[in-house]
Design a protein around this ligand. Structure first.
Ligand code: ATP
Ligand SMILES: Nc1ccn([C@H]2C[C@H](O)[C@@H](COP(=O)(O)O)O2)c(=O)n1
Length: 237
């Protein structure tokens, strides 16, 4: 090995794999993107993949409450995630799906689709392949990353926040009439958490070895700093 190559090998940061899980509105996406961007890592939003497959089911007339029909179709759409944290992308059968996957219709249907084991098997395989192909390291966010997708992740974080704080954050993103209905936002959020935590296959859960961070009283910057510190400690260990 030449001196230059040897020095590079010694100084290059290890390819750390980070899993960030937690309920809706706890700050997973904002934190994961910022941490990945700061540390030169890739970023994967697994929720966007569940939303993408749900959008495809709805667009193709599949009854999302018919688990057998969803299971039969689970292998059909091609889902491609772009993992640049400053411009993450999601495409279904070659079409940009980043807008359509954020509609209320998709949000209301995604828990039913993501409870179907065939859907989870398909997307878990995809997520593992993406993580394995990231030599820079990757921050993967979702609901079951630490427990199921990447149980050997180097750093596992479980974000929480009170339902009131999460609803207020979500309402802040909405405009006009929607923003006024804080109670409805909170109720929808709590309902989705219950469905995600209560499903049989790979429910939303904190991994035994995850670090829990309650973000209720923290600014986003404080949460990012906390996670960056944990990842840097792991990288230099
Ligand atoms: N610690 C925080 N303090 C205040 N606002 C925050 C904090 N963390 C995130 N937010 C804001 O809350 C909103 C939801 O954050 P984000 O989308 O990152 O959550 P999430 O956990 O990924 O949600 P979901 O699972 O529904 O996608 C965003 O508007 C974000 O800017
Ligand atoms: N690893 C994951 C990620 C997401 N889901 C499901 C459950 C969520 O309600 C939905 C949307 O996720 P969000 O965009 O709100 O992060 O996708 C899951 O089951 N497993």
């Amino acid at each position: 090995m030449s001196d230059t190559v040897e020095t590079a090998a010694r100084t290059a940061p290890a390819a750390v794999i980070v899993g960030i899980d937690g309920p809706s509105g706890t700050g997973k996406s904002s934190t994961s993107k910022a941490v990945a961007a700061k540390l030169g890592m890739r970023y994967l939003d697994t929720g966007a993949q569940y939303r993408a497959i749900t959008w495809w089911m709805l667009s193709n007339g599949i009854d999302v409450d018919d688990a057998a029909a969803v299971a039969d179709a689970a292998g059909k759409p091609e889902i491609v995630s772009g993992t640049d944290p400053s411009a993450p992308t999601i495409a279904v059968d070659g079409a940009d799906a980043s807008g359509p996957i954020r509609t209320q219709q998709v949000t209301a249907a995604v828990s039913a689709v993501s409870a179907v084991p065939e859907v989870r098997t398909r997307l878990t395989e995809l997520q593992r392949a993406i993580a394995a192909g990231a030599p820079e390291g990757i921050v993967v966010e979702g609901r079951d990353v630490g427990t199921t997708v990447l149980p050997d992740a180097d750093v596992k974080i479980y974000l929480t926040a009170s339902p009131e704080a999460r609803a207020a954050r979500r309402s802040g993103e909405l405009k006009g009439k929607e923003a006024a209905d804080l109670a409805a936002t909170q109720a929808a959020l709590v309902k989705r958490d219950a469905a995600d935590s209560g499903r049989k296959t790979s429910p939303l859960a904190k991994a035994a070895d995850a670090v829990e961070v309650d973000t209720t009283e923290l600014t986003l910057e404080q949460v990012i700093e906390c996670v960056v510190t944990l990842v840097e400690e792991k990288r230099s260990a």
